[in-house]
Design a protein around this ligand. Structure first.
Ligand SMILES: Cc1cc2nc3c(=O)[nH]c(=O)nc-3n(C[C@H](O)[C@H](O)[C@H](O)COP(=O)(O)O)c2cc1C
Length: 370
């Protein structure tokens, strides 16, 4: 029996989690033509040995033009699916950690350079660049090429893309799907009045702005097995006057819950290039708490959660049900092991590494099965 919240088991839908530590999706910009490479085998391979409860595969584009960069992973073709299968088959030989995937469309923030080369937009027609699409023809930055406003056929194509990618994810044996409705990408662009200035049924009122993201949710819910969790990641605020905010996020969360959403992951920002964010330890926890007060489904918090006691306190205070880590676990993939050692809890480790238990730590690793 775990004595901490951080190491107590939890269920999201039917998916059993051994503890409360979630590895957040993290783009690696290391795919070729949407296809995972050996880098993903290395990167995901060490994260599945971390002892976290679930690993989330990076933002995975549901259409080719929905990639943030030319290096993004996609799940829009057989080649993409086969490349992902190779990586998953590889890492699953060595870990039983459940695997989730974040399905995404980058909208007007697509066609970008990889972050370590500046992350700026690549103009359509230039090498590695393409024309982007969005709810309205409003660029992310003034100097950028404006996206094409999606018409009905475009909306249908992307909605179908999400559903098809979910079917492929199911074929790959992936355990959970997360829809990316955060960080200024396509679904968030529909939600926010700053990026959505449509005059049809998909723009204007909050109900209209939520319409396309909810249609995508319904399409994926129908394509993805009822028994497997479907979750959504949201930005709780645009950090800008006149933008998407926590009240709208709560309305969206309630609408998702009513449609069978299994958990909501509360992040923030990414939509406005001139947003004024206030960043510090656990800076997004208050948003998670506000959503948690309004819904029954599990709530995930994320953002500068770096300390073991900090994570435990958030859970103990009932501010969130699960703790997601991104940079923290990239920097220190053994964070869950060290957290378990800190609290005297047990964590999964591969048998090859059992001898690494530090001197003086009494118990740490779950004994290997016979
Ligand atoms: C390298 C890197 C890649 C990221 N890629 C994604 C992504 O694919 N999808 C997403 O929703 N967020 C992405 N994020 C944001 C993280 O998931 C997380 O929300 C953010 O980094 C805050 O958590 P942290 O303080 O633990 O890093 C990324 C962050 C980093 C550092």
């Amino acid at each position: 029996m775990a004595s901490t919240k951080l190491f107590s088991p939890f269920k999201v839908g039917s998916l059993e989690l051994k503890n409360r530590i979630v590895i957040a999706p993290m783009c690696q910009y290391s795919a070729k033509d949407g296809q995972m490479t050996d880098w993903h085998m290395i990167h995901l391979g060490h994260l599945v040995l971390s002892g976290a409860a679930v690993l989330t595969i990076e933002a995975t584009a549901v259409t080719e033009e929905g990639r943030i960069t030319y290096g993004d992973v996609g799940l829009y073709s057989d080649d993409c699916e086969n490349a992902m299968k190779r990586v998953l088959d590889g890492i699953r030989q060595w870990s039983s950690m459940p695997i989730a995937i974040q399905l995404a469309h980058a909208g007007r923030k697509a066609s970008s350079e990889v972050p370590w080369k500046g992350g700026h937009q690549i103009a359509p027609g230039a090498s590695n660049g393409w024309k982007t699409v969005a709810p309205s023809a409003i660029p992310f930055r003034e100097a950028y090429d404006a996206p094409t406003a999606l018409d009905q056929a475009g909306l249908r194509r992307i909605r179908d893309g999400f559903a098809d990618a979910a079917r492929r994810a199911d074929r790959l044996g992936i355990d959970a799907v997360q829809l990316h409705a955060a960080h200024g990408y396509l679904l968030h662009e529909f939600l926010s009045p700053l990026s959505n200035q449509r005059t049809d049924d998909y723009g204007g009122s909050l109900e209209n702005r939520m319409r396309f993201p909810l249609e995508v949710f319904d399409a994926v819910r129908a394509a993805w097995p009822a028994g497997k969790p479907l979750t959504v990641r949201v930005s709780a605020t645009d950090w800008k006057e006149g933008g998407w905010d926590i009240e709208a996020t709560i309305a969206f969360a309630r609408a998702l819950e009513a449609r069978g959403c299994d958990a909501i992951h509360v992040s923030s920002g990414g939509l406005a290039s001139d947003a004024k964010m206030t960043i510090g330890p656990g800076y997004q926890v208050p948003f998670a708490r506000a959503v948690k007060e309004a819904v029954q489904m599990p709530v995930v918090t994320v953002g500068l959660i770096t300390e073991f006691d900090q994570a435990e306190e958030i859970l103990k205070a009932g501010e969130a049900d699960l703790i997601a880590l991104a940079r923290t676990v990239l920097y220190d993939p053994r964070w869950p092991w060290r957290a378990a050692a800190h609290f005297g809890e047990l964590v999964d480790a591969p048998p090859q590494y059992l001898m690494s238990k530090p001197h003086g730590v009494k118990t740490l690793f779950v004994p290997p099965a016979e």
